[in-house]
Design a protein around this ligand. Structure first.
Ligand SMILES: C[S@@+](CC[C@H](N)C(=O)[O-])C[C@H]1O[C@@H](n2cnc3c(N)ncnc32)[C@H](O)[C@@H]1O
Length: 216
């Protein structure tokens, strides 16, 4: 049986703003619990309002490790005003720019998980360039352009430890299924073609890969 979150954690996940459906959240949680056994930090690219972070944080708490989550908190292209994924409640009224950091902090506080998460606020490639430590899990759910998705892969996949997991969200093999594009799908193919990763599970648009070789 894959590990499942307690009802209060699942409730916190469901109460948080975000787009991840429950079945994918459960698959992410199971992967995080498994990866936590390596005793290494779990890292997410794409915090948004903390929906998926709640699950990583609870798995990290159980494993005695830290969850790291990376976001500039200004939103992806498809979350900007005028796009389908825009939420006006995420706009800072003073600046007129998206700022999901306050909502994210409320999500974590309400879930009682603040002590288990380090939020890294900035651009993913800029933070990745400063990072030099192995990770038990990397969850890629940041920008959905080819430029951003490839930069996330190149910046973070090299740090997935042997036996660790690379989880990719919004993998849509059929272009008609997703209007934000297929960059995550292309990155998923790239990871498999590298020979460094082997698929272990498919749930909706969530793919879990394990590092079974070197490189990326
Ligand atoms: C799809 S949302 C993440 C959803 C979140 N994982 C959840 O389950 O609710 C993508 C997030 O990636 C962030 N993002 C996009 N490109 C980024 C970049 N280059 N560096 C840092 N964050 C980025 C956006 O600000 C946005 O909050």
């Amino acid at each position: 049986m894959p590990a499942a979150p307690k009802p209060e954690i699942l409730a916190a996940f469901e109460a948080a703003k975000g787009f991840m459906p429950v079945d994918e959240g459960l698959a992410l949680y199971a992967a995080a619990v498994e990866a936590g056994r390596l005793g290494l930090p779990l890292l997410e690219v794409g915090t948004y309002c903390g929906r998926s972070t709640v699950l990583l944080a609870d798995a990290a708490r159980g494993a005695g490790v830290t969850a790291l989550t990376v976001d500039h908190h200004r939103g992806s292209e498809e979350q900007q005003p005028g796009w389908d994924y825009h939420d006006p409640g995420t706009v800072d009224p003073e600046l007129g720019l998206m700022d999901t950091l306050p909502t994210f902090r409320r999500t974590l506080h309400r879930a009682g998980l603040e002590d288990h998460v380090v939020a890294l606020v900035g651009r993913s490639p800029q933070i990745a360039a400063l990072w030099n430590a192995p990770l038990g899990l990397v969850f890629v759910d940041g920008g959905h352009t080819d430029e951003h998705a490839n930069a996330d892969y190149e910046g973070w996949a090299p740090h997935v430890a042997e036996g660790g997991l690379l989880v990719i969200h919004d993998v849509f093999p059929h272009p008609e299924d997703e209007f934000t594009g297929q960059a995550p799908y292309r990155v998923y193919l790239r990871a498999l073609e590298s020979g460094a990763f082997t698929e272990t599970s498919v749930t909706g648009s969530l793919r879990v890969l394990r590092r079974t070789g070197t490189g990326f």
